[in-house]
Design a protein around this ligand. Structure first.
Ligand SMILES: Cc1ncc(COP(=O)(O)O)c(C=O)c1O
Length: 384
């Protein structure tokens, strides 16, 4: 019966990240830079809130778009932390940003529509768009310092373009979009009447004061969809709580899609999420900031080219000089030098590898030492 399933789904492959992460786990003593999640555990207060909620039998169906208390808390949080002006009815609690993205894309996309996404990009966007029988149009940013070239973006817009999706800070590069990039997205979305999806899951993990968010532009309100998550800032990847922020008519449409997709998000996890929003997790960001400095400096010492990331917990150095595919480079690093990274090809850039530095300081130092050794050996070999 396999030939009877949705042909789009038949083309899906296991995420390359998982494939590498799984092999890395099976190698004794490997330093694992593949995983895109905080190594910290969830704060005890958040866990206690969930335990108490379970004891109080908060185990029944939640309202489809989320508990009103949590939606109100999110609206307040966004107002206080990001100066965003959304009322609680414009907040939909989702199964992480993953479902926030899927529900948003399924709500706005028609068969044949096109979605432009700066590349390198997060791996899940493509399959979600394809399932909607729409098309992902990548905008290569590798020749533009990982920023958006306004002219190149406009060139990709056709009558079929429905949306531009941006991620800042970005996965896999950690870069944040500058003012010029954001202005281009904003102006062109208005000019061609496009939606903007702003996948802001790393917005609390930023190391510079120069960070701008498109959602501050009120004139974009009716076309902007923000997807958010508690996964990264609160070390809550396994809890599966995120949310969508959108102008009321759009939020209502997404809420319907969300209701039919997942019915709602685990009730006691939503109660724990309320506690998370009260928790100060800036120390996690500070620790990533320190590690970014350490890792970036080490890559510079190795003589690798890398755009300095200003957020998230990734570095995306270039490996072009070694004349190997990113997969071959990562396989060699993992099997021979016991340091596991993700090939850039999985994100759309075969001359790079992704290093996640969401690991302990000791692992970071040791993993970078191993990478340095590999690079020294490769260069030595080249010069023979
Ligand atoms: C850019 C980006 N968006 C969305 C997600 C999904 O996050 P969540 O755990 O909230 O589903 C991730 C996870 O790695 C991500 O990197």
């Amino acid at each position: 019966m396999l030939n009877r399933i949705n042909p789009q789904v038949r083309t899906f492959k296991q995420s390359g990240i998982r494939k590498f992460a799984n092999e890395a786990k099976s190698i004794l003593g490997v330093i694992n830079f593949t995983i895109g999640e905080p190594e910290f555990n969830t704060d005890e207060r958040i866990k206690e809130a969930a335990i108490l909620a379970l004891r109080n039998n908060e185990t029944h169906y939640p309202p489809n778009p989320g508990l009103e208390e949590l939606r109100r808390a999110v609206a307040l949080f966004e107002r206080d932390h990001n100066k965003l002006d959304y009322v609680w009815e414009e907040v939909i609690i989702t199964n992480g940003a993953t479902e926030a993205l899927a529900a948003s894309l399924m709500t706005i996309l028609d068969a044949g529509d096109e979605v432009i996404i700066p590349s390198p990009m997060y791996v899940s966007y493509g399959p979600m768009i394809e399932v909607c029988k729409a098309k992902l149009i990548p905008l290569n940013t590798t020749n533009y310092n990982l920023q958006i070239d306004p002219a190149a973006l406009e060139k990709l817009i056709t009558l079929k373009t429905k949306a531009i999706l941006i991620t800042s800070p970005n996965n896999p590069t950690g870069t944040i979009l500058d003012r010029r990039s954001l202005a281009a997205v904003s102006a062109l979305a208005k000019k061609y009447d496009l939606f903007i999806i702003s996948d802001d899951v790393y917005s609390q993990l930023v190391f510079t004061k120069d960070y701008e968010m498109l959602c501050h532009d009120e004139s974009l309100r009716d076309r902007l969809i923000v997807t958010q998550s508690l996964s990264k800032p609160y070390a809550m990847t396994g809890w599966r709580v995120g949310y969508v922020l959108a102008d009321l008519p759009i939020a209502r449409a997404i809420a319907l899609m969300h209701a039919y997709l997942v019915a709602g998000i685990t009730t006691f996890n939503q109660i724990a999420a309320l506690e998370a929003l009260k928790t100060d997790s800036t120390w996690m960001c500070d620790s990533y900031h320190k590690r970014r400095d350490l890792a970036y400096e080490a890559l510079m010492e190795m003589g690798l080219t890398c755009v300095k990331p200003e957020g998230a917990f990734y570095l995306f150095p270039e490996i072009r000089e070694f004349k190997m595919s990113s997969e071959d480079f990562c396989i060699k690093a993992m099997r021979e030098y016991k340091v596991a990274m993700v090939p850039g090809i999985y994100f759309g850039a075969d001359h790079n590898v992704r290093i996640s530095y969401a690991v302990s300081d000791e692992d970071l130092t040791e993993g970078l030492r191993r990478l340095k050794q590999m690079i020294l050996d490769l260069r030595k070999h080249d010069s023979i």
